[in-house]
Write a protein that binds this ligand. Sequence first.
Ligand SMILES: [Zn+2]
Ligand SMILES: [Zn+2]
Length: 567
Amino acid sequence: MWYSGITIIPKRVTMEKIQHTSLSDLVAGKLADLILNGTYMPGYQLAAERDLTKQFGVSRTTLREALKALEEINLIEARHGAGWFVSTLNESNLAKAHQIASSAKGTIPSIEEMEGEGSPAGPRRLPVAPEKPLIIPNLKTDRLGTFQLISWWEREKVQNARVMVVGAGALGNEVIKNLVLMGVGYIYIVDFDTIELANLSRSILYRESDSGRRKAEVAAARAKEINPYVHVQYLHGDVTTAIGLGVFRRMDVIIGCLDNREARLAVNRFAYWVNKPWVDGAIQEFLGLARVFVPGQGACFECTLTEQARRDLSIRYSCPLLARENILLGKVPTTPTIASIIGAIQSQEALKLIHGKPVEAGRVMHFNGMTNEMHTTSYTPVEDCESHWSYGEITELPLRVNATKFSELLQIAHRDLGPDAVIELDQELIIALTCPNCKTREEVLEPISQVGFNRAHCPTCGVLRETEMTHTITGKEIFLNKSLAMMGVPPLHILRALNSKEFRFYEMTGDLPDALHFSHFEIPELHKTFSIRNRIRLHEKVTLLEKPHITLHEKVDLDDSETIKIE
Ligand SMILES: [Zn+2]
Ligand SMILES: [Zn+2]
């Protein structure tokens, strides 16, 4: 028995043996109980073994013994490749189930106790998947037909899924290729780079003749070529500044195929703000890792940063113009093979997220291609992590960033939040550059993304100038008559307004038709031809104007927080 740390072991009886046998009996008893009380009904699938081990707090070996014991009395049965299912109940196995269940009563915590709020790592029972009706696909005419044979594959979900792929390098190429092969319906591709010959050794989507062309555009065009039934949109721009948050808000999954920390941090925060899962991947030589971050479930990307990494980021941010330049440096050697492996895992994780299947959020999977070792580890969530913010209810304004002045938006904020309301921008605005040497001051009024490091130096004496920046619009600025777009606010962005008590979130929804259409490289005739031949259901339209399904969170209350400060 277990007396908080003190264990009395009788002579000649090893501890392992006692615990081993009894624990698996207890788990078997609990499972039998769940079947008897109808939690698991006949024909239903038990939770995955991994989840069950967590649920009961036992090792996999112990769990397997328990499952075997239940299988022996015909209470459950294994289906190859699918898992454990509850058998049909009859007199014989019912009697035995009662016997097993009664011997385990009250010995390990019940599920109800464990489901309490205080246990975030608690049991997650898989949603019950009723048996799929058997459909024989026509593999001659239906390119996605084979997937129908996968027991849990839901074609509709995959066809309606919206996935953003950030980065169209080695990983991005693999991920995009996989997504289009699997028929993921709506793919949004982002990259700010152009194709160089060196990319060709790791990028299945690029050709020699593409040299100098934009990666995002070429990747989108090739994706459409591989599978004309998917819808693509590309954006040639920097993920940290060029994509409106409203785009993130309308995605199901975001896949990061990035090579730098700054971009990952940006994607992480955007995903958190609009409560979307994202899948990160990283590769170097023969090493790679993949990880899923889900807001509210374990650690996020920022939580994983070491103290040193945080310091590096803050050092770089202390000279903001230099920081941006540096992102482009530090290229890492990779191979197409490691890109395939990690890109494949990322794609599969995205597929699981699309299906609502469990993922191991906040954990990392490392793959070492030299030793062929793969291992996963958990990250510890950081309590006061700066990324852990979710936007509250979002107000959709029929406004566009290029036709709305700061004064107009401020007016709306004042109406909703009172005269003290200010607007917070996600990007720093460079107000002016001042030379400490010759004291000249150059007014800039441009977003930081548009000001290169070369401009940091004084044109007269060459000294590094001081940067005057702001990201808070109070109403006193001299650029209130400029449009949001002119100051770097991307289309379909969601802006934060706040007073001393609460936030409001305004989306520039007037940009929606232009900012999110998934209609690049569409060939209208092609669709007609295909629908006449009735190859595939193509009538599924992009319902962009419908209200997106997002979870609305409580408003962030400033009184409860110390992490956001108003200047
Ligand atoms: Zn975090
Ligand atoms: Zn100067």
